[in-house]
Design a protein around this ligand. Structure first.
Ligand code: AMP
Length: 342
């Protein structure tokens, strides 16, 4: 825990990857000192873009805990992102002694597909159907392997027979989920919930650019059939900014509110800070959520200079990274920092 004196002299820190540029730039813009921990060879962007007052270099991510004492002495607050959780290890996050922005307990809901589903469903969010038994497949499905990095190996199937044939190519993969395939546009909604104001903010939206699925349309169906082994994969290679139809915004707000309200029941004090609902929008304008990320997502990176939505609300360019720093600053001013840090 930070002493009262130290609460005024915080350094915002994170691991150099994912959305660190945005987090550090936002922290600087809000007047904080910044520090980034990088694995050797990955420090160049943080030097070049001049977002970090200090760079600590480690040989491997496993060494993060070796520098924890130094970070504590430097009065750091850690801002987690997906790569931070992956590299430090979800089971190790709870043992971190450095003050951590967010609710650590929500990670166990977010990291387990079944628990995520329960959370979303009980919050009243529309989700794709899950088929427990391949015999019941009566529509297009996507088969997702647990822990598959970036959607590698996912496949589509149209019925039980098709499923059985394709799953036989993955004898090593025992754990998977058979999920209804929603035909529409994949869309990612970025939110921020402030426990200080009790308000949900829409920060931005993005569309993931995924390889190779987003380029298959460049190859005609005839050529796809002729080429061996052209199966879709869903590896994210970048993020494309998008604004949604304005008429969809009320529903988007409503979904964000429901997810946060329910999180307060399942994992008090609930989800706060940045989060993302990841889904597919159908031609009927139904948004099916297939995943929730309970922290900053890389899809906010196109908006380092703010998004159309944050431009409406703030008089400075407000990225999600900066919004986190602003929340910490507001909490310090109100003497409520303990609400945000674990
Ligand atoms: P995931 O690993 O769950 O994030 O899924 C990776 C990618 O697969 C997503 O970004 C979407 O492009 C696609 N996808 C996942 N679930 C579905 C679904 N139920 N319907 C359609 N596309 C999906």
């Amino acid at each position: 825990m930070l002493s009262n004196k130290n609460k005024k002299d915080i350094t915002i820190a994170t691991i150099g990857s994912h959305s660190a540029l945005q987090i550090l730039k936002g922290a600087k813009d809000e007047g904080f000192k910044t520090l980034v921990v990088c694995v050797k060879g990955r420090e160049k962007p943080y030097k070049s873009f001049n977002v970090a007052d200090e760079i600590i270099i480690i040989d491997s991510y496993k060494d993060f805990f070796k520098v924890e004492k130094e970070l504590l002495e430097k009065n750091c607050v850690i801002i987690p992102h997906a790569s931070f959780i992956e590299y430090v290890g979800i089971d190790n996050v709870k043992d971190l002694k450095i003050p951590y922005f967010g609710n650590k307990n929500i990670l166990c809901w977010e990291s387990n597909r079944d628990k995520q589903r329960e959370w979303l469903k009980d919050a009243g969010i529309r989700i794709p159907k899950i088929f427990d038994n391949p015999k019941d497949i009566d529509r297009p499905v996507i088969v997702k392997f647990h822990g598959a990095a970036g959607g590698k190996g996912y496949f589509l199937a149209k019925n039980e027979e098709d499923f059985k044939k394709k799953i036989s190519f993955h004898p090593e993969s025992k754990q998977y989920v058979i999920q209804e395939y929603i035909i529409g546009v994949p869309m990612y909604a970025h939110y921020f919930y402030s426990p200080l104001t009790n308000e949900i903010e829409i920060m931005s939206f993005d569309i993931r650019y995924e390889s190779n699925v987003d380029s298959l349309g460049r190859i005609s169906a005839r050529d796809q059939m002729a080429l061996p082994g052209v199966d879709p994969s869903y590896v994210v290679v970048g993020n494309v900014p998008v604004v949604v139809r304005e008429s969809l915004l009320p529903e988007m707000f409503d979904m964000g509110e429901k997810v946060v309200e329910h999180s307060k029941k399942i994992s008090p004090p609930g989800l706060f800070g940045p989060f993302c609902l990841e889904g597919v929008l159908t031609p009927e304008m139904h948004f099916y959520v297939f995943e929730i990320s309970a922290r900053i997502v890389a899809g906010t990176n196109p908006y380092i200079n703010g998004s159309p939505y944050t431009a409406l609300k703030y008089d400075v360019p407000m990225s999600t990274g900066r919004r986190i720093a602003r929340e910490i600053k507001n909490a310090i001013e109100q003497g409520k920092l303990d609400l945000l840090l674990e």
